[in-house]
Write a protein that binds this ligand. Structure first.
Ligand SMILES: Nc1ncnc2c1ncn2[C@@H]1O[C@H](COP(=O)(O)OP(=O)(O)OP(=O)(O)O)[C@@H](O)[C@H]1O
Ligand SMILES: [Mg+2]
Length: 246
């Protein structure tokens, strides 16, 4: 089973607003793709479509054996949601649960694992993200970088094929960004597919094998980071880069 992603002519409207306009892009299993572009361009919407959190109006998304189309049933969306874990800018940890309890919650509730099995799997994951010393801390006692690493461990606890990350370093200081980047690099070495929405060109450059730029609901550029960020093909991308790089 390969877990390639094929997005074909996906169109999504919110009321009269065309947010994704016949977007087509393929991502190979194990690739790390940075998804960039101006605010409002549709990046988060596309991630949510990939995870079955948004439906769309036309087109098709294939993820391994799963096919997403307009009019999917809830069960199809549930199944595809297991393929990728999602990680958000604001962590979305449960504040009333300890680090360990945050990580074992979904395996127990969704996969029906006994607590002992969930704990046995969670501990090495938390060790992997450098959080083994904080199992019983609460999110309010952690730094942003620590919270984000717990959020990554929580996503990994569902044994996904990859992670969809929406601006996961935007709220972090440079040093903490680096911690998160190291975790992503480790996951990449393990062959997980990573799709990273980011506004940070340096992060995209360091982390990604490939950069895809989404602008006004369309793919503007798609290629290796050095090419897209240093020799963009389109005037629109040159303008975007001038603005973000100041
Ligand atoms: N639930 C919603 N209802 C109505 N409009 C929405 C909804 N979610 C997003 N939109 C609109 O869709 C467009 C794309 O939004 P999206 O969040 O995907 O952009 P983005 O590229 O992630 O932007 P940013 O970089 O600011 O996060 C925007 O115009 C936004 O206002
Ligand atoms: Mg967004």
């Amino acid at each position: 089973m390969t877990w390639n992603i094929d997005i074909a002519n996906v169109t999504k409207r919110f009321g009269p607003r065309l947010v994704l306009n016949e977007v087509s892009v393929s991502i190979q299993s194990g690739e790390t793709v940075a998804l960039l572009g101006p605010s409002g361009g549709g990046k988060s919407t596309l991630l949510r479509c990939l995870n079955g959190l948004n439906t769309f109006d036309a087109g098709e998304i294939r993820i391994g054996e799963h096919v997403l189309q307009p009019g999917n049933h809830a069960a199809d969306l549930q199944a595809v949601r297991r393929v990728f874990g999602m990680v958000f800018q604001d962590f979305q940890l449960f504040p009333h649960l300890s680090v360990l309890d945050n990580v074992i919650e979904a395996p127990i509730q969704v996969l029906g694992w006994p607590r002992a099995k969930a704990v046995e799997r969670a501990e090495p994951l938390l060790k992997r993200v450098g959080m083994a010393g904080h199992l019983h801390a609460y999110p309010g006692q952690l730094s942003g970088g620590q919270k984000q690493r717990v959020a990554i461990a929580r996503a990994l606890a569902m044994e996904p094929r990859g992670l969809l990350c929406d601006e996961i370093t935007s709220a972090l200081d440079p040093e903490l960004k680096h911690e998160v980047l190291e975790v992503l690099e480790d996951l990449k070495r393990d062959g997980l597919t990573l799709i990273l929405v980011t506004h940070e060109m340096g992060f995209a450059r360091k982390a990604a094998d490939r950069v895809v730029v989404l602008c006004d609901g369309k793919i503007l550029e798609d290629g290796p980071p050095a090419q897209v960020l240093e020799q963009p093909r389109t005037e629109r991308m040159k303008m975007f880069l001038q603005r973000v790089l100041g």
